[in-house]
Unconditional design. Structure first.
Length: 106
């Protein structure tokens, strides 16, 4: 296979670029610039910018806590399932639960 053919095949399968992320960054920059050039006093503009930044941080924090709660719930359910499967396996093999090794508690 020639070098040019390999290059053309590789170029045909380039990884997609995160265009949507750049779009969102552009919107944010545009919004910040529009606030800076708006017909308001500097103090009003700074207060408005600070409020929007704090709101965005609070919103992100809420999403992080919500995601953490979902992950914890998922892990708890899966740990319960594993415990139940192990109990069924022990019963099937006739191994008492007291003889089974205990998992470390974290």
């Amino acid at each position: 296979m020639s070098c040019n053919k390999v290059e053309s095949e590789v170029k045909g399968h380039e990884r997609p670029r995160p265009r949507f992320g750049f779009f969102l960054v552009g919107i944010g920059v545009g919004a910040a610039l529009s606030m800076l050039f708006a017909q308001r006093s500097g103090e009003e503009t700074r207060k408005e910018l600070a409020k929007k930044v704090f709101d965005a941080v609070e919103n992100a924090n809420d999403k992080v806590w919500h995601s953490r709660a979902q992950v914890k719930d998922y892990i708890d359910r899966r740990q319960q399932q594993v415990s139940e499967f192990l109990a069924v396996g022990r019963d099937a093999m006739g191994v008492p639960a007291a003889a089974a090794p205990k998992a470390p508690v974290s």
